[in-house]
Design a protein around this ligand. Sequence first.
Ligand SMILES: Cc1cc2nc3c(=O)[nH]c(=O)nc-3n(C[C@H](O)[C@H](O)[C@H](O)COP(=O)(O)OP(=O)(O)OC[C@H]3O[C@@H](n4cnc5c(N)ncnc54)[C@H](O)[C@@H]3O)c2cc1C
Length: 444
Amino acid sequence: MQECSLYESWGRFPKVYHLGEYVPRNFDEADIFIQMVDVSVLPRGKGRSYGDSCLNQNGYLISTRLLDKFIDFNPVSGVVKCDAGVTLDEILKVFVPKGWFPSVTPGTKYVTIGGAIANDVHGKNHHIAGTFCKHVRCFELLRSDGERYLCSRDTNSQLFHATIGGLGLTGIILWAEITLRPIMNSLIEAESIQFNGIDEFFQISLESSGYEYTVSWLDCQYGGKYPVRGIFMRGNHPLSVDGASCGIVHAYQAWKSVPCDAPSCFLSRHTVKLFNTAYYHKQIFRHQKRIVHYDTFFYPLDGITNWNRMYGKNGFLQWQCAVPVTADNMAIKTIIHKIIESKLGSFLAVMKEFGSQPQEGMLSFPMPGITLALDFPNAGQKLFSLLEYLDSVVIKAGGRIYPAKDSRMSEETFQASYPDFNSFKAFIDPKFSSSFYRRVHRLR
Ligand SMILES: Cc1cc2nc3c(=O)[nH]c(=O)nc-3n(C[C@H](O)[C@H](O)[C@H](O)COP(=O)(O)OP(=O)(O)OC[C@H]3O[C@@H](n4cnc5c(N)ncnc54)[C@H](O)[C@@H]3O)c2cc1C
């Protein structure tokens, strides 16, 4: 047990004290600990959430890092059963050589299966494959009454749908069964297309519906003829065995590391503008095609260890919204305009059109429409005022904000984002809590 420690999440804001972090070596130890303590607990994976949904001020964290065993694999169906602390990185290392790949992956492979379920994470193939939990067959949930609940679409189905995207509040997931998808090799046929303006983005997005993976990088500091420009990236797993076989997996080693907190001037408006210009022009032709390793396509940021230190000691906030697509797409245009005007954004801005698959969890974030995610260095009150304004545009447009990225949205914004929150509350385990939960559901 690590005691009385200051913890932070990936955004490094906020930093809060906990009574400690308990690291059970097996499911029984987790059970005994939860029943023994008389303060709140919260499961913790790799802490890759950006805000306070993986923090539990003045309570305990229960780390799943030693719950990391593979239990079973069916080489015909591609179903893998593993402990909740197994990471996507570990799944890739074991199963890509056998010809299997995660059905859905977020933009980092350093997440646990428990964390991916509790945020019902999405990837570049949401428009085709839905969220991570669409490919979860079942899991076992331990609650503070000492009971272990097998949860699936048929058994304890309400608890299953509450735990999906349930932010770790319904109990601790011990193990899960997830379905992988077959691949021919470890490569991706990738294309990148420069675009100018939001309307052109939508046009390319429409033409790309047949691609399994799509996502766009946005330059919000362009200041040219169009308010915004960017690069639309799309790709597929190759359908033939040409090229590297699955056995030839060039494990992607982090090639750089940020060794300490960068000075605050490191990511000034001018350096971001320089980076954006260089990134936009890194391709000679407007439309380029390449064959790349899956690491390059899915996890470019994982190549730099501790890249979150680039934002300095005050950390940063990520803001991610989803809004419905409309005829004029006025909401997303207003949001982008406000961000450009504020000059507060960084170079990490991505946009993607979600598909219309039904929501898996009561609090799942993805919804039919467009999602925009941006990093902002923590500039204090002026940033918080901007984000509050952006929240109001999102809510007015019938959209929502992503809890996995959040450390400041108001109770009103959260509850307007997630109308099923009242039904969800019935499934919260009385001993489980988080800093995020207490912020968006003030106990009056
Ligand atoms: C570079 C980067 C890119 C990202 N890209 C995407 C993206 O494309 N799409 C996307 O959706 N997200 C993305 N994320 C966010 C990330 O995928 C999620 O925050 C994910 O849930 C983190 O998993 P984790 O294991 O680190 O969990 P943590 O951050 O430690 O915890 C997340 C939540 O899961 C709960 N939890 C963890 N383990 C368990 C368990 N065993 N039982 C019950 N609850 C549990 C925690 O209590 C907490 O509420 C990205 C993050 C980074 C840093």
